[in-house]
Design a protein around this ligand. Structure first.
Ligand code: 13P
Length: 339
């Protein structure tokens, strides 16, 4: 058993504080370049620093955000005034975390399927990240739905990598966020999304058990069970909540303290409405159900900012607003008129 149990339990309890969630700001260099380009900002070191400094210095962010996931570059960056960016977070009572996977590549022999890389020398990288102040980590596996996919082999390979990563994190006292994302690209139905997500989560928890991962000291970051983006039959928030909770109750042990959903390309308002529906039901769930949104928290911020220093306050207000609405959704207290 890890000598860091107490430290990890403390991290988990801070991150799962009632009404709080995670801001995923861990876009890799390629992804942040795409996001910045969409608002006509060139992705220089300084632009990325300025943008993340804006996010993390948002007044009162700590009232709604308990953790932020960073990319390697950001964990090492300092503000224009020379303060480590992580200090902006800890000053607000926010726990810094780090994305440790190294992206996805094609899985040989399985057309259309992917495997996440980064296990080699992960132990050494984790040890450095811990020195730099990270207290939790994230690894994302990607599962696509299509003709004949996902295959059981691709699901198993990704589950195995997630479990090996989680065990390595716990060995060093970092809380692993286990992220198996079933993509919403495609025209599959809600029922297909449910079948695939159930199979994936089943396999992931089997692998976590095999690798002796302590469930009490991890967090799950799943996709919601929703129809494919181009499915003609879209679902109501209540249908999404019912399908997602059914799937989670069948596969996620009650020992897991928290489930922080990704947004995966849903609009910001839909991601909030779905989370609210999951927390608004009469049945009490065994885990804290919260968010770990990237795009659904940041899209309005980027739109407001557009790289202009004079838009900083407006952009920070946009982040605070979205964080506050998702915070309400964690408590089942969100209504669309709050938009
Ligand atoms: P989205 O909420 O934009 O899906 O991002 C969350 C994330 O961290 C993906 O790995």
């Amino acid at each position: 058993m890890s000598p860091f149990m107490e430290a990890m339990e403390k991290t988990v309890s801070e991150i799962t504080a009632p009404g709080k969630g995670i801001l995923a700001a861990d876009e890799s260099t390629g992804t942040i370049e795409k996001r910045l380009k969409a608002v006509q900002v060139a992705s220089t070191d300084d632009a990325r620093r300025d943008y993340r400094e804006l996010l993390f210095s948002t007044p009162e962010l700590g009232a709604h955000i308990s953790g932020v996931i960073l990319f390697d570059e950001t964990l090492r960056q300092r503000t224009t005034a020379g303060i480590p960016l992580t200090q902006l977070l800890t000053a607000q009572g926010i726990v810094p975390g780090i994305k440790v996977d190294q992206g996805t590549v094609a899985l040989p022999g399985f057309p259309g399927e992917k495997i996440t890389q980064g296990l080699d020398s992960l132990g050494q990288r984790l040890s450095e990240y811990k020195q730099l102040g990270a207290r939790f980590a994230k690894w994302r596996a990607v599962i696509s739905i299509g003709a004949g996919i996902p295959t059981p082999a691709a699901i198993s390979a990704n589950a195995h990598a997630l479990a090996r990563y989680a065990a390595l994190c716990q060995e060093q006292g970092l809380v692993p966020i286990v992220e198996p994302e079933v993509l919403m690209d495609g025209d599959h139905t809600l029922a297909t999304s449910a079948l695939v997500t159930e199979a994936v989560l089943h396999r992931v928890f089997h692998a976590l058990h095999q690798q002796r991962v302590v469930l009490e000291c991890m967090l799950l970051k799943p996709s919601m069970v929703i129809p494919g983006a181009s499915c003609p039959n879209q679902a109501t928030p209540q249908e999404v909540a019912r399908a997602t909770l059914t799937c989670l109750r069948r596969t996620v042990p009650a020992a897991v303290p928290g489930i922080n959903f990704l947004s995966g390309g849903q609009s910001d308002a839909m991601a909030t409405a779905h989370l609210n529906a999951m927390n608004g039901g009469a049945v009490k769930q065994p885990w804290v159900l919260s968010f770990s949104y990237g795009r659904a928290l940041q899209a309005p911020v980027l739109q407001a900012w557009r790289g202009e220093p004079r838009n900083k306050v407006k952009a920070q207000q946009a982040l605070h607003h979205r964080a506050r609405l998702n915070s309400a959704a964690c408590l089942g207290q969100y209504t669309p008129d709050m938009e």
